[in-house]
Design a protein around this ligand. Structure first.
Ligand code: F0G
Length: 459
């Protein structure tokens, strides 16, 4: 509402889901049983679930109504036609392939583009993106701008890709060896930070010059559009959707996890301009996901995606979404909690290295904070640091990630202001105890995506 400080949720609640309260002693036991990895907690033991904004949105009454009209035909379903129409209109790309979630689209596209061992270059590859690329025998290189690695100084577009390094890398690797350049909007692993239109244009010009494929990882494209409208000159009077359409226009294709900005619990797609590439992907889609008019989705899921992609660009919704994330970040920052500044679109990222300077990176300060947040307040979060992205050298010593962040990802349309006020109060305890917190060691881990299932012990 104009002229008021309070950000009101632009919806009212029609259906509720209970939350269960637990005691500190119970949480201590639950955390131990989950081997200090909250991915291993069952959800009823969690009070405020900030693990992810993915697939956790509350759908609208219109989306639920759409689900009732889902057409479950194996081929040519009307729900697919609805989704295809909406996605074509948004992306401007000719070929749309439905998938059951983002990483299915990634697996199809990157296993095909990466055959023979290629290099993929991104502002920052998300963990599943990197894993899919590396699993297929290619390499994934992150080149965010320098400002993106500085958590404290204000910069409007910390999600930007470093275009000078991009050109150097393409020359060094040779253009034929570059599988694709992937611009992730917003840059999730880099703090949910936006990419500017100018950066997208510059990246596109370089990709065109060297004939390298440019892809948009677009799962938070509406949130990115909000930042462009409010921070980049020349976009003040454009609509959010129009801005998103312009972003897509510079790319040769996109990969979408609909579990974010399509406001649904499951779904995704691939969009492409090139027929030959689309045909190759369609073959893989049919072998591994499902027929080309449903991918791995039910008709009702496709109907909900089509409707959600419309709702996400509504100005009242986007304003509430971005401002309420910033509300949490601003309050924590005022309290002295070190965090990625300015606050990103879908999450607040705490700088755990600065919060716990006494915990060395090989004792995982981020994971220590994740555990403290659960213990103190039943809040579940995720480490985006050396547990997620750390590697080992030949002596099995940790090669740490560039940052030790903890993400408080906010599900869309789920929590109210009082939930957020409670989280702020929990941080008062975190701050009071910060000098006494100890690190952790990893005692069991898989080869890929270790943060999901690894087991830790307290030091
Ligand atoms: N790309 C980005 C930028 C993502 O954030 C995600 C998922 C994916 C791709 C993969 O999509 O989960 O549908 O297979 N991010 C979630 C998160 C899991 O918590 O940030 P998916």
């Amino acid at each position: 509402m104009e002229g008021f400080k309070t950000i009101i949720e632009p919806f009212k609640i029609k259906m509720v889901e209970p939350l269960y309260l637990t005691t500190y002693e119970e949480r201590k036991q639950f955390l131990k049983e989950a081997h200090y990895n909250p991915f291993l907690l069952t959800s009823e033991k969690v009070l405020i679930d900030f693990l992810t904004d993915s697939g956790t949105s509350a759908m609208s009454d219109r989306q639920w109504a759409g689900m009732m009209m889902g057409d479950e035909s194996y081929a040519g379903s009307s729900s697919w036609q609805h989704m295809e129409r909406v996605v074509k209109d948004l992306t401007g790309h000719t070929y749309i392939l439905p998938t059951h979630q983002g990483r299915a689209a990634e697996r199809i596209l990157y296993s095909y583009l990466g055959r023979g061992g290629k290099t993929f270059i991104s502002n920052t590859h998300f963990d599943t993106t990197r894993a899919n690329i590396e699993f297929s025998g290619s390499e994934a290189i992150d080149i965010p701008v320098q400002e993106g690695l500085d958590t404290e100084t204000y910069f409007p577009f910390k999600g930007n890709l470093d275009v000078i390094k991009l050109e150097q890398l393409i020359n060094e690797k040779t253009p034929e060896k570059v599988g694709a350049v992937i611009v992730t909007v917003t840059n999730n692993s880099g703090g949910g930070q936006p990419v500017s239109m100018q950066n997208m244009k510059d990246v596109s010009a370089i990709c065109k010059k060297y004939n390298v494929l440019l892809l948009l990882d677009c799962c938070r494209v509406a949130e990115n559009a909000y930042f462009i409208k409010h921070r980049e000159a020349g976009y003040e009077n454009r609509t959010y959707k129009d801005i998103a359409q312009e972003l897509f226009s510079y790319a040769d294709g996109s990969v979408m996890s609909a579990k974010k900005d399509a406001l649904v619990n499951m779904g995704g797609f691939l969009s492409l301009k090139d027929k030959a590439l689309s045909d190759a992907c369609k073959n893989l889609l049919i072998i591994t996901e499902g027929f080309a008019t449903y991918g791995g989705l039910s008709g009702r899921d496709m109907e909900a995606i089509a409707i959600g992609l419309g709702e996400v660009f509504e100005p009242d919704y986007l304003h509430y979404r971005i401002r309420s994330t910033a509300f949490l970040g601003d309050k924590l920052r005022a309290m002295g909690v070190p965090l990625m500044w300015p606050v990103g679109g879908h999450a607040v990222y705490i700088d755990a290295k600065k919060l716990y300077p006494n915990i060395p990176v090989n004792q995982y300060p981020g994971q220590a904070l994740v555990c403290e947040l659960y213990l103190e307040g039943g809040i579940r979060t995720v480490e985006i640091g050396s547990v997620m992205f750390g590697k080992y050298n030949e002596q099995h010593e940790l090669i740490p990630a560039s940052m030790e962040l903890v993400r408080l990802a906010i599900p869309r349309r789920v929590y109210t202001q009082s939930h957020i006020e409670y989280v702020i109060e929990v941080f008062e305890k975190i701050m009071a105890k910060r000098e006494h917190v100890k690190g952790l060691k990893i005692v069991e881990e898989p080869e890929f995506l270790r943060h999901f299932t690894c087991k830790c012990e307290r030091l």
